[in-house]
Design a protein around this ligand. Structure first.
Ligand code: ADP
Length: 445
């Protein structure tokens, strides 16, 4: 069992992991940049180590500094959280080479799923449906054009090494394919150091639906149902729900079990999320995230399972403490990502939080690292809090969400709270009538 865990992250996810450790009786080590010296995760941890200046490259992405911090504090494990080094297979390998436990899957699985071409091939081999497209990378423009014709326009050109919603170009017709293809390759080379691209049918109006899985090293794998993350802006999720309003319990059960079986066959261990697009009653795999996700709390709310705790336990080589049949789903949950951004222009907002009042009451959970007087530095992701609501059904969940959003006060920085209030009152959202383009269209007007 892990005794002392170093958390290689910051903000609300560092606090979330700390809380799971405290519940398990595990000692905690926080690492931080100079900009985060007074941050909540530093204050709540048993020990903390400054690992460098504000710029992520020099601190939260600084592998030698993080591994040294683990060694000097006597930590026996590292949890990467999400973002930063969480999907860096070299980092996970190095952590292990130093005799430490990496709270995440094996390096080979991180690398496999980090390459989206390999991920799609693997998942297809395991019998799951994928978005129709090229069978691997396309390196030659003539072949690419021929393939695009076969797939049928519109076609999406995606970077094998892409992530975070970047590295995608749509070609609506043959006339704009060549330019889209060349631009996608060039941008992929610059952004990801890997210019391999592949083609996919561009689905016009899909939903984004993803399944949470967890597996131990003994071949036990369980799915925890799906999340609907269709409300996105620039391919970045803003609002997530569990469950989706479009899947039936029978479909969920049979598809979820198929996924769990595939994960077990792969020998995967740890938590993971398989992302799909849903159109015309079908799910098509797009990618897998091999880490804890921002939106994991909604699944925790409807299952009663502490996913981060289970993640730490399976990394400690414990057996999963529950089976698929033990998983019981209850009610509906919604998560709103409260980013420090202007709710109309989406311009990031940094500064000092001058006032802070957190909502409460039945069904309300807030995961954040905010406190009155804390700083929101300009160097990192703008996510500062997650408002998570649970209720017996979706209608009650929306009512509680509206109540909690009106109670929530964060002074001194701009936040997305006004946008979420608008969404919680929108008739189409109330009716469950939206796809991945809904939010983009709404915020353009
Ligand atoms: P990333 O790793 O950058 O998040 P994904 O493959 O997960 O990339 O895609 C991110 C988002 O882009 C999806 O949630 C969806 O909104 C959109 N997208 C991806 N593939 C397609 C596709 N084939 N057709 C339409 N939209 C897509």
């Amino acid at each position: 069992m892990i005794k002392k865990l170093l958390i290689a992250n910051r903000g609300e996810i560092a606090v979330r992991i700390l809380r799971a450790c405290k519940d398990l009786g595990i000692e905690t080590v926080a690492v931080h940049s100079t900009a985060d010296a007074d941050a909540m995760h530093v204050r709540l941890a048993d020990e903390s180590v400054c690992i460098g200046p504000a710029q992520p490259r020099e601190s939260y992405l600084n592998v030698p500094a993080i591994i040294s911090a683990a060694c000097i504090t006597g930590a026996d494990a590292i949890h990467p959280g999400f973002g930063f080094l969480s999907e860096n297979s070299t980092f996970s390998y190095m952590v292990k080479e130093h005799g430490l436990t990496f709270v995440g899957p094996e390096a080979e699985h991180i690398a496999m799923m980090g390459d989206k071409i390999m991920a799609k091939k693997t998942v297809a081999r395991l019998g799951l449906p994928t978005v129709p497209g090229s069978d691997g990378a396309v390196t030659n423009i003539d072949k690419a054009l021929k393939l695009a014709d076969e797939i049928g326009y519109p076609v999406l050109i995606k970077a094998a090494g892409g992530g975070g919603g970047r590295g995608m170009k749509v070609a609506r017709s043959k006339a704009d394919f060549v330019e889209a293809y060349e631009t996608a390759r060039r941008e992929a080379g610059i952004s990801f150091g890997n210019d391999r691209v592949y083609l996919e049918k561009y689905l016009e109006n899909p939903r984004h639906i993803e399944f949470q899985v967890i597996a131990d090293k003994y071949g036990n794998a369980v799915h925890l149902g799906e999340r609907d993350c269709s409300l996105q802006r620039r391919n970045q999720k803003v609002w997530e729900e569990a469950f989706s309003t479009v899947l039936t319990p029978e479909f969920r059960d049979s598809f979820g079990r198929k996924i769990a079986k595939a994960i077990s066959e792969l020998g995967y261990q740890g938590v993971g999320t398989l992302e799909f697009l849903y159109e015309n009653g079908q799910l098509y795999f797009i990618e897998m995230n091999t880490r804890i996700q921002v939106e994991h709390p909604i699944t925790e709310m409807i299952t009663g399972i502490d996913i981060v705790r289970e993640q730490i336990l399976v990394a400690s080589e414990e057996k999963l403490s529950f089976t698929q049949d033990d998983v019981k789903f209850r009610g509906h949950a919604i998560e709103c990502r409260i980013n420090a951004e202007n709710a109309e222009t989406f311009i990031p907002s940094a500064g000092t939080v001058t006032s802070y009042h957190c909502p409460g009451g039945p069904g309300v959970r807030v995961d954040s690292a905010l406190y009155e007087g804390c700083k929101v530095p300009p160097y990192y992701d703008s996510l500062i809090a997650k408002l998570i609501i649970h209720a017996n059904d979706r209608e009650q969940c929306l009512a509680r969400l509206r109540r909690a959003l009106r109670e929530y006060v964060i002074g001194g920085v701009d936040t997305l709270i006004p946008l979420h209030l608008k969404l919680a009152n929108n008739p189409d959202i109330i009716a469950g009538n939206f796809n991945i383009h809904f939010l983009e269209k709404l915020t353009e007007n």
